[in-house]
Design a protein around this ligand. Structure first.
Ligand SMILES: Nc1ncnc2c1ncn2[C@@H]1O[C@H](COP(=O)(O)OP(=O)(O)OP(=O)(O)O)[C@@H](O)[C@H]1O
Length: 612
């Protein structure tokens, strides 16, 4: 996807307008119809009022009955005053309706992305932020702008026509003055939209520093290392650098618009001199003078409005393109022509000569990995930090595809399977599992949405993960919020409305989430006990061993004692499998595993002796 705001052809311009107005129509057809009617009304009223004024003055001069004209003028004036308010209300209504529709469509498109790659692409994230910010607003504004343009053209044509009947030359001059205005404002709108896009990375960084300064998790390190002023200065520096660019554009706008205003004043000044001279020479009546003055100011404010509408619509369109781009973004994982049904695991999951790197710019993480996870067996992955253990987990869940080689599910390449179906068969506790700002029950229920309301099953999962007693003892039991972020204003001072769990307790909640519901064909536990104390770790491992019995599982842990009883231990190094076998086989071999295990065991014994 291009990260640049490009100049696109008129067909794509039209496509954008049609897509945006189509969205607005779908969201609120009644509002769109009423807005159109009101726009036409607002457009013809100034022309009608100019003529009514002229006719009223002419009638006064010749002594005719002016009451009906004056009443008509008053009614027109009243409508002229009311229409903008009704317009504003309708536009807000339409914005709300399109906002909901667009946001729904946007996040449906985001949810449809099967892999993780897009979420690691900063350009995509910038586009998504702009799309989310403006996608809902732009259709209504674009429609309003387009209708406004149409109305403006209607008003200006009416007024120019009226001017033309008086002084054809002046109508021509007034019309010529609009061209540079239009060109200049469109160019400014283009720059404004490009600037917003260009400033996204700086705004993202500014937001990041701001978040750190107010984030509860970051607060510890920010205070311990005294990072507050450093982060604040970085945040302000990002803002200042962005402001330099904003100021540059504001200056350009100031200059261009001042020149345009001077041009408009010169044109209307010249017109006034002409008309006054013509009236003194006896060529025009008093009503004609009023007509001219109203028409001239009407044309000028109409043109200014028209130009602003055109520029605004253009800018909205450029921003709306981010929404279109996200909505039509290519999936990050290739889909096969025909999907194969994902059946329960019968024999094994296998990685065959898998080569993987996160992008062509990144180094190879896996270099020809071969690995078999037989059904009903527990396989443990062991290796140094960064050796690619969690990467293998991500490939098994098909968050990415290998660059070479394949992952097979009972002999079928998982590229042939529906990722959602495949993932339903896998239960996992990731190393960086989520702590949701929701209640304890919901935090577990998310593991299987169909069981969200099944308190019994949720408690059973918590019991298996060894966290039931803690959750039951919370102020509101399982309904206690595990956060204080969403405490309502009304009960924000009530300490029972939200609590904080410890790292180990969160880990058990994540474990309960993974174990809720259907028995998964594959259970992945990426460091499931790293945050637990020794006693808790022992308990969890006894429980997990029981739970895993006869089930297929992939275990990752740096604590080798915790995985020594796995059916097969696989040691990764340099992106390759360097050793594989049972604990006893690997210990006999005297290789990497023996070294690591002996090191850990001797340390542990040392600690025991010290404690003893
Ligand atoms: N999303 C990503 N984009 C780019 N590189 C990544 C990404 N995720 C991981 N890596 C890199 O891939 C390598 C392997 O990471 P991985 O998390 O698989 O290692 P690991 O063996 O699980 O490590 P640890 O024991 O520390 O958990 C690391 O060098 C890491 O920097």
């Amino acid at each position: 996807m291009s990260t640049r705001i490009s100049v696109r052809g008129s067909s794509s311009w039209l496509k954008g307008v049609l897509s945006a107005t189509g969205l607005a129509w779908k969201a609120g057809p009644d509002s769109v119809t009423l807005l159109t009617l009101l726009t036409v009304m607002a457009a013809v009223l100034p022309v009608g009022m100019a003529w009514l004024t002229k006719m009223t003055i002419d009638s006064i001069v010749v002594g005719d009955d002016v009451i009906p004209l004056a009443v008509a003028l008053a009614v027109a004036g009243l409508l002229y005053g009311l229409v903008p308010n009704a317009n504003r209300f309708l536009r807000a209504e339409l914005e709300r309706a399109t906002g909901v529709l667009a946001q729904g469509r946007l996040y449906t498109a985001v949810n449809a992305l099967p892999g993780l790659a897009r979420f690691e692409d900063p350009a995509f994230l910038d586009r998504l932020r702009l799309a989310s910010q403006f996608g809902g607003r732009t259709p209504a504004q674009l429609l309003d702008g387009t209708l406004g343009l149409f109305g403006g053209v209607l008003t200006i044509s009416g007024l120019l026509g009226s001017l033309f009947t008086l002084y054809p030359l002046l109508a021509g001059v007034a019309l010529t003055g609009t061209v540079p205005m239009l060109i200049a404002e469109i160019a400014l709108a283009r720059r404004r939209a490009a600037l917003m896009w260009g400033l996204e990375p700086a705004q993202r960084r500014e937001f990041f520093y701001g978040q750190l300064l107010s984030d509860a998790e970051a607060a510890k390190e920010v205070r311990l290392f005294g990072l507050g002023a450093f982060l604040r200065d970085r945040m302000l520096s990002e803002r200042r650098q962005a402001d330099v660019q904003r100021r540059r554009l504001d200056r350009r706008e100031l200059l261009v618009q001042s020149v345009l205003a001077a041009l408009a004043a010169a044109i209307s000044g010249a017109g006034v001199v002409f008309v006054v001279a013509a009236t003194t020479a006896g060529g025009l009546g008093v009503g004609d003078v009023s007509m001219f003055l109203l028409a001239m100011t009407g044309v000028q404010s109409g043109v200014a409005g028209l130009v602003a509408q055109a520029a605004g619509a253009h800018q909205q369109l450029l921003l709306f393109r981010h929404f279109q781009d996200v909505e039509t973004v290519e999936p990050d994982l290739a889909a096969p022509e025909r999907l194969t049904v994902t059946l329960p695991l019968q024999t094994a999951i296998e990685l065959r000569d898998v080569w993987f790197r996160y992008s062509p710019e990144h180094p190879w993480i896996l270099r020809g990995v071969n690995l078999v996870i037989p059904r009903g067996k527990a396989v443990a992955l062991i290796g140094r930090n960064g050796s690619g253990k969690s990467t293998i987990v991500k490939l098994l869940c098909r968050f990415y595809d290998p660059e070479r080689g394949s992952v097979f599910w009972d002999g079928t390449d998982i590229r042939m399977l529906d990722p959602a179906e495949l993932r339903k068969r896998i239960g996992a506790v990731f190393q960086d599992f989520m702590a949701y700002h929701l209640s304890a029950a919901e935090n577990i229920g998310l593991g299987d949405l169909s069981l969200m309301a099944d308190q019994e099953r949720i408690e059973e999962a918590a019991r298996r993960a060894g966290v039931h007693d803690e959750l039951s003892a919370l102020p509101r039991g399982y309904d206690t919020l595990l956060t204080r972020i969403f405490a309502d204003n009304a009960d924000k001072d009530d300490p029972t409305t939200g609590v904080f769990l410890s790292g180990g307790q969160w880990q058990r909640v994540a474990l309960a989430r993974a174990m809720l519901g259907e028995d998964h064909d594959l259970l992945i536990l990426d460091e499931p006990s790293s945050g637990l104390d020794a006693e808790a770790e022992h308990e969890i491992h006894v429980m997990l061993k029981e739970h895993r019995r006869g089930r297929t599982s992939l275990l990752i842990s740096h604590r080798l004692g915790a995985v020594r009883d796995a059916d097969s231990l696989v040691v990764l190094d340099g992106g390759q499998v360097v050793e594989q076998g049972t604990h006893d086989e690997l210990m006999r071999k005297g290789g990497v595993y023996t070294r690591l295990f002996t090191l850990q065991a001797s340390r542990y014994q040392g600690e025991q002796m010290e404690v003893g």
